[in-house]
Design a protein around this ligand. Structure first.
Ligand code: HEM
Length: 374
């Protein structure tokens, strides 16, 4: 990691995401006004617990610009077809009904058996090198989700690879080659879920069965929407859970006193909750004003972008969002990450690890190399 990262503040909330030590900067942002216009970025910043909550709760603050449901570069493509249906990217009825279905189905997951199953899967893939660890923090959560959804083990590696390719379409940093790969992956993911649903192979008791049942019960009939949001469950798991797991491994390395946790696995969930507050995986999200909005006397005109700096909200907030778009997958992510730490922490102690962060404007995901950051 560049030495200058330790002495230079991040230039803005985007570079803070992958900065070695951004939390003093975030604290200073939180000490400033909850909502301010940043002339350099040409958008608004919502900071501190008050600013973050106010914007995420405000009905005029939408997840997409009013006139652009799907980004121009994805319009008319398989990625665009998924993007346009995701609960994460919609408001009103197109958000409320699918969100209710997903929340109810995710709420039925038996967390103890998920954790046991993930522990078994993680125990089978204990990383023996930094490279293997980099793959494992992405793969294990995706394997566990694919299993939960009802896919057979032979399908997991392809599903995980497609999901990692697909999420490239969600990042403004992706190049043309990555975007082309995302389109192929989007098609493959849609077909995989389509086959699973069509062939009546839905495993009784699986999460897919619960989603189908809840969709029927609540009257969510748009089959394209269901398929897209099934892909969404994998894509929402991908970067965020890798970040949680990776940042927990960084904490174990940077705070040697935590190594005692290996002997007390019942403390892993509390440790992970701390990590999700102190070094969260998702540092910011965006909102767009659909009409003029007032926040404690500050007027934001219609059509503006607001960067909601989640990581500046301090310990009052979790890294899982807030308000109507808050994450419904928190318990699942924590159960999977707990299992991985339990299976890997002992073996990781003897691995010499250094880390930087994967390029991203919103997700903090370490990339490990052989070495020593200390
Ligand atoms: C550590 C792991 C995770 C973190 C840090 C995380 C974080 C977040 C955040 C911050 C949001 C809100 C985004 C916004 O308001 O703009 C969100 C939304 C969402 N997350 Fe997660 N997430 C994680 C894992 C998961 C998992 C495992 C699933 C699926 C099982 C999931 C499913 C979703 C969905 C469907 C939404 C959209 C909800 C909506 O728009 O109403 N997440 N997540």
């Amino acid at each position: 990691m560049p030495l200058t990262d330790f002495v230079t503040d991040p230039a803005d909330p985007f570079s803070a995401v992958t900065h070695a030590a951004p939390y003093d900067y975030y604290r200073r942002l939180a000490d400033g006004p909850p909502l301010r216009f940043d002339a350099q970025l040409d958008c608004w910043l919502a900071t501190g617990a008050i600013g973050v909550r106010a914007v995420l709760a405000h009905p005029a603050c939408r997840v997409r610009p009013a006139d652009l449901g799907v980004p121009h570069n994805l319009a008319g493509t398989p990625c665009g077809a998924i993007f346009s249906e995701l609960v994460r990217m919609n408001e009103g009825e197109r958000h409320a009904l699918p969100k209710q279905v997903l929340a109810r189905a995710l709420g039925q997951v038996d967390m103890e058996s998920l954790q046991r199953r993930a522990l078994y899967l993680a125990g089978d893939r204990v990383p023996g090198s930094a490279d293997q660890l980099n793959d494992a923090i992405f793969e294990l959560p995706l394997f566990a989700m694919a299993d939960l959804l009802g896919f057979a083990p032979a399908q997991w590696p392809a599903l995980a690879a497609w999901t990692r390719s697909f999420v490239a379409c969600l990042s403004p940093l992706s190049n043309a080659e990555q975007l082309a790969g995302a389109q192929v992956a989007a098609d493959a993911l849609l077909q995989s879920f389509g086959r699973l649903l069509r062939e009546g192979d839905v495993r009784p008791g699986s999460m897919l069965a619960a989603i189908v049942a809840e969709a029927d019960a609540l009257g969510w009939q748009a089959s394209g929407g269901v398929l897209a949001n099934l892909v969404g469950l994998l894509s929402q798991t991908c970067d965020a859970t890798a970040g949680l797991l990776g940042n927990a491994i960084v904490a174990l390395r940077a705070q040697p006193e935590l190594s005692q946790l290996s002997a007390a696995p019942e403390l892993w969930p509390a440790m992970l909750r701390e990590v999700s507050l102190r070094d969260p995986a998702i540092h910011n999200t965006r909102r767009y004003t659909a009409e003029d909005a007032q926040f404690n006397g500050v007027r934001v005109p219609a059509g503006q972008m607001i960067i909601v700096v989640l990581a500046s909200a301090g310990h009052a907030e979790s890294g899982f969002g807030h308000g109507r778009h808050a994450c419904p997958g928190q318990a699942i992510a924590l159960a999977i990450a707990t299992a991985c730490l339990q299976a890997w922490a002992g073996a990781l102690e003897s691995l010499p690890l250094a880390w930087t962060y994967l390029p991203s404007l919103n997700a903090r995901i370490p990339v490990f190399a052989q070495g020593d950051n200390a």
